[in-house]
Design a protein around this ligand. Structure first.
Ligand code: MF3
Ligand code: CO
Length: 258
């Protein structure tokens, strides 16, 4: 069942979403060559405490950390580690969710560490653009498939592949709700979008093949061919005035395009 949210509920999700955005903005300040992925997680935890939200992922199906930190060929769900040190030229995906007044918000960004190759930056640009193109399709009367198709077309047009085994999702009183939001498929597919639907749209894009596998830690998804992978995510609401991004900090200004 799809839970549509009232304007008041969307406003609560927007408050939580603003905090998620602030946490991810802070991550941009701390990510640099030499930092460990655990130090990144500790800073996210610290920020969540200061901003008074409950981190959503820790304990979710047994996930052990407050934030997912996925380096290079890691696609999603990387587990922070004291021994994983970020190096110049790496990319790092940071995925953070928060529970605020009974509602979840969920977002992700992929950052470059130090000096990165132009082709690596292109992967980040294509993935970020795919997210925003997908969001633009989240209008009343469209279908879920319009989002999926928009994301997939943009990625494949650029010679990259979308991951199929993980999908975006409805979000609200639960971190994951119906409907699923795949990053591939036909525009005729899926339910029609209606005002009040809240969705986490999250393209995961591989520079090489779309095939992924999960490491022995039971969480970390990596590309099977070792190619780089990027992930961007926003929580959005479908409104009568079009898609509204909830995981932004409007007070931050124009720079806030994750
Ligand atoms: N953004 C991811 C998702 O929506 C993060 C979940 S990680 C988990 O599925 F640890 F919470 F599972
Ligand atoms: Co998500």
């Amino acid at each position: 069942m799809i839970h549509r949210k009232s304007a008041a509920e969307i406003a609560i999700m927007q408050e939580g979403g603003r905090v998620v955005a602030k946490v991810l903005q802070r991550m941009k300040e701390v990510v640099r060559p030499g930092i460990t992925t655990m130090e990144i997680a500790e800073e996210a935890d610290h920020m969540a405490r200061i901003l008074d939200v409950v981190p959503a992922f820790k304990g979710y199906n047994g996930y052990p950390a407050v934030i997912c930190v996925s380096v290079n060929e890691e696609v999603v769900h990387g587990i922070p580690s004291r021994s994983r040190v970020l190096r110049d030229g790496d990319i790092v995906g940071l995925d953070f969710g928060a529970l605020h007044n009974g509602f979840y918000a969920d977002a992700a960004v992929t950052l470059s560490v130090g000096e990165t190759l132009p082709e690596t930056l292109r992967l980040l640009d294509v993935t970020r653009d795919a997210l925003y193109i997908g969001i633009e399709a989240a209008i009343e009367g469209n279908r879920i498939g319009d989002i999926s198709h928009a994301v997939q077309s943009h990625v494949e047009k650029n010679g990259m592949s979308v991951v199929k085994v993980f999908v975006g999702h409805g979000i609200g009183r639960n971190l994951h709700e119906e409907p699923q939001v795949p990053n591939y498929g036909d525009s005729q597919w899926g339910v029609r979008l209606k005002k009040g639907m809240t969705l986490a749209i999250e393209p995961m894009v591989n520079a090489g093949s779309d095939d992924v596998r999960v490491l022995d830690d039971g969480w970390t998804a990596v590309t099977s061919d070792g190619s780089l992978s990027a992930h961007f995510e926003h929580t959005i609401a479908v409104t009568e005035n079009g898609p509204k991004i909830l995981t932004i900090d409007e007070t931050f200004g124009e720079e806030n395009r994750n």
